[in-house]
Design a protein around this ligand. Structure first.
Ligand code: PGA
Length: 256
């Protein structure tokens, strides 16, 4: 965080394909309600879509936890077996939506253009997109980190129209080689990539607006490294996969 960063650090948990409705309820019953960090943390959980209503209900209206979905389709409805729309996600209790997570890009072949369409669909429905970008190990070795993350972020924002609120989104820098591997980017690596993304946003949407966009770091964040990452220049929060599945470790990260 820096002096002119967005005010509350964001602690986001991506459950991926873990925790059905019953497990989601158990998690929320066991996640501590009292949080006394200063500044307070903004907590967002991304359960599987089928668990979202159960999670929202179990958290209740006073938990201070926000929820999101891990993916949407860009069309509002239609013959797209297995997909959900932004409107359906919102109706089920989501306020946020991950878009372009590296598993969507690399396991399911999602393209930069599809990411852009999804960001626009989310923004058009009032869901706040969390745009995920990040380089592979090969791209890092080739010295292409800046080029890759700027290309991904450019495409992600390209489909947003004037009427939508292009200022209200988050970015998550998640180097592909750090996701689920136990490898974490060093604070210097994270600060460099976050700095690149911030400068790009400054050029694109202006300095003041760019500094209101939280840029999260993700990739093997755990209780033991969360404090270091959260105190890194330009890191406004964390997106946590594996370590968000257990209420105790996610609470420790939220308190870091
Ligand atoms: P990880 O996942 O924390 O398990 O590395 C992060 C993510 O994929 O968002």
């Amino acid at each position: 965080m820096t002096a002119d960063s967005p005010s509350s650090p964001v602690i986001a948990g991506n459950w991926k394909m873990h925790h059905g409705p019953a497990a989601a309820r158990r998690f929320l019953q066991n996640f501590p309600r009292e949080r006394s960090t200063e500044p307070p943390r903004e907590i967002i959980i991304f359960p599987p879509a089928v668990s979202l209503p159960a999670a929202v209900a179990a958290a209740g209206s006073t938990s201070g936890i926000e929820f999101g979905v891990q993916n949407i389709h860009w069309e509002p409805e239609g013959a797209f077996t297995g997909e959900i729309s932004a409107e359906m996600a919102r109706d089920a209790g989501a306020h946020y939506c991950l878009v372009g997570h590296s598993e969507r890009r690399h396991v399911f072949g999602e393209s930069d253009r599809e990411v852009g369409l999804k960001v626009a669909a989310a923004a058009g429905e009032g869901l706040v997109p969390v745009v995920c970008v990040g380089e592979t190990l090969e791209q890092r070795r080739e010295g292409r980190v800046d080029e890759v993350v700027v290309r991904q972020l450019t495409a992600a924002l390209d489909e947003i129209s004037e009427e939508e609120d292009p200022m209200h989104f988050l970015v998550a820098y998640e180097p592909v080689w750090a996701i689920g591997t136990g490898e974490t980017a060093t604070p210097d690596d994270a600060a460099a990539a976050h700095g690149t993304l911030r400068r790009y946003l400054e050029e694109r949407i202006g300095e003041a607006a760019a500094h209101r966009v939280p840029i999260l770091y993700g990739g093997s964040v755990k209780p033991s490294n969360a404090a270091d990452l959260l105190s890194t220049d330009q890191v406004d929060g964390v997106l946590v996969g594996g370590a968000s599945l257990e209420p105790g470790s996610f609470a420790e990260i939220a308190a870091a």
